[in-house]
Write a protein that binds this ligand. Structure first.
Ligand SMILES: Nc1nc2c(c(=O)[nH]1)N[C@H]1C(S)=C(S)[C@@H](COP(=O)(O)OP(=O)(O)OC[C@H]3O[C@@H](n4cnc5c(N)ncnc54)[C@H](O)[C@@H]3O)O[C@H]1N2
Ligand code: MOO
Length: 440
């Protein structure tokens, strides 16, 4: 196996949560950067500094629908004593215009349209008679309906200072300015800026491709009929959703039956599209625990020490876990336990940070806080295990939902947090302040 962390020599060693996490994070490396289209780069980490190539705005333009005027022509104007100006034409956004505004003149101008030479300010149309010769208007008629609005005279009812209602060239960002630093995570506002300065592609670390594969001959896909002894495969859906939520491109592979050869060939087929693989089920000590049986033989035969190691963690839920690398590209694989809550909690603690490390993010963990336990009775926790209990958190209080059973999916659906009970604590009284993982 190509993990960097030193392994405890004792095969019966009970791994701490930190040891297992360190082992995973020492193995996964940020993905190589690639050039992506803007929308494909959403949520990704930028690896280049971005410089503004074209000033923003690229030209002086109007921030209002109105009239471009010379300041002296409208000085002292009022509704009683309006400035009467000759309208030389329309300037619409996006259309090149050769109009000039001379003394005593105005150009009817639209929001976003370039300021014509000679004009120093824009008076909004609401400060004028709109060319109708009556009182103030509330807007302009459509040019297609009243083309003559672009000519004639306009009465301006208010003065305007130089620069009024003009958005100056470079007022937002100047050519040569730094728009975004390498390391920025591209959210919608950053994508807006990149598009605004004309960048269609950017160099980022791509989203990891994560293949999620569930195992178990008892599993049936939703919408199909259940026979005796069967249950629906919820883990592959839950973990695929978790992987997407963490920022990955996730591929769900429906349940593989408990047959080592089928599992091996499925995994080998899937490796081609995986930066990370996640399996659920089959990692415990049963006679049909197929992941354990199959994975020590997948790929990496030429690589001494490669493969997946199965271990026990000092946590509840999530005690049995597998981790290693497989295939020619040493693809990291996390084999999570099959109990639904166990696989979910394991994903949150180990897979999510691995995905976010592949993305090159600094912040790979869920945020944590402290909150006061609200419960009818004391919580109990197994000695020597760090327990993660599903809970809801609000206003500094945290309430457990459901029990500690790792099959309780309905209660999981109510939870937005995990209460962390340390290894050396076996009982937590209501009112105690506890550590809480916020699931977001
Ligand atoms: N003798 C022992 N038995 C068990 C131990 C142990 O230490 N000694 N550990 C228990 C713990 S803790 C866990 S966790 C589970 C882990 O078992 P596996 O990873 O081998 O998982 P399975 O046996 O395949 O399944 C466990 C449970 O979860 C259900 N399951 C599995 N996959 C799915 C799925 N995709 N969707 C919904 N539910 C799923 C499965 O039907 C089982 O009920 O082992 C304990 N046993
Ligand atoms: O450790 Mo198992 O994951 O308790 O349910």
């Amino acid at each position: 196996m190509s993990s960097a962390a030193p392994r405890p020599a004792d095969p019966d060693h009970l791994w701490s949560v930190e040891e297992h996490l360190e082992d995973v994070l020492a193995t996964v490396r940020p993905l190589e950067p690639i050039e992506l289209n803007l929308l494909d780069a959403q949520g990704c980490v930028l690896v280049e500094d971005i410089t503004v190539a074209v000033s923003l705005p690229p030209f002086d333009n109007s921030s209002m629908d109105g009239y471009a005027v010379r300041v002296a022509d409208v000085a002292g104007a009022s509704e009683e004593f309006p400035a009467v100006l000759e309208v030389v034409g329309d300037i619409a956004a996006g259309l090149a215009s050769s109009l000039r505004v001379g003394p005593g003149q105005a150009a009817r101008i639209m929001t976003g349209a370039p300021m014509p030479p000679g004009a120093e300010a824009v008076v909004p149309v609401e400060w004028t008679d709109g060319g109708l010769g009556e009182g103030p208007v509330t807007g302009m008629p459509a040019h297609s309906l009243v083309p003559e609005g672009a000519q004639g005279q306009v009465q301006v009812h208010r003065a305007a200072e130089a620069g009024a209602h003009i958005r100056a060239r470079g007022g937002d960002a100047r050519s040569g300015d730094r728009a975004l630093d390498a390391g920025t995570v591209l959210g919608p506002p950053q994508i807006a800026l990149l598009a605004a300065i004309g960048r269609g592609t950017v160099k980022v670390r791509p989203r990891p491709r994560v293949v999620v594969l569930s195992t178990g001959s008892e599993l049936v896909q939703p919408d199909e009929a259940l026979a005796d002894g069967q249950i629906y495969d919820s883990n592959s859906f839950a973990l695929t959703a978790c992987a997407r939520d963490a920022g990955a491109i996730a591929y769900r592979v429906g349940a593989v039956p408990d047959d080592a050869e089928t599992l091996r060939s499925t995994i080998e087929d899937q490796l081609v599209r995986a930066d990370l693989m996640v399996t659920t089920g089959g990692v415990s000590v049963g006679a049909y625990d197929v992941v354990k049986e199959a994975l020590s033989h997948v790929g990496d035969e030429d690589e001494p020490g490669s493969g997946v190691e199965f271990r026990k963690l000092a946590m509840q839920p999530g005690k049995p876990q597998g981790f290693g690398t497989i295939g020619p590209d040493h693809t990291p694989l996390l084999a999570l336990p099959g109990n639904p809550v166990s696989s979910y909690v394991s994903f949150e603690l180990f897979v999510r940070p691995a995905i976010r490390t592949l993305m090159g993010l600094d912040d790979v963990h869920r945020p944590r806080t402290r909150a006061r336990l609200v419960a009818d009775k004391a919580l109990t926790s197994p000695a020597g295990r760090r327990q993660f209990l599903r809970a809801t958190v609000s206003d500094g209080s945290v309430r457990p939902v459901g029990g500690a059973g790792s099959h309780l999916v309905a209660a999981l659906a109510q939870a937005d947090a995990l209460i962390v009970v340390p290894e050396d604590v076996e009982s937590v009284e209501p009112g105690t302040e506890v550590e809480v993982v916020l699931l977001g």
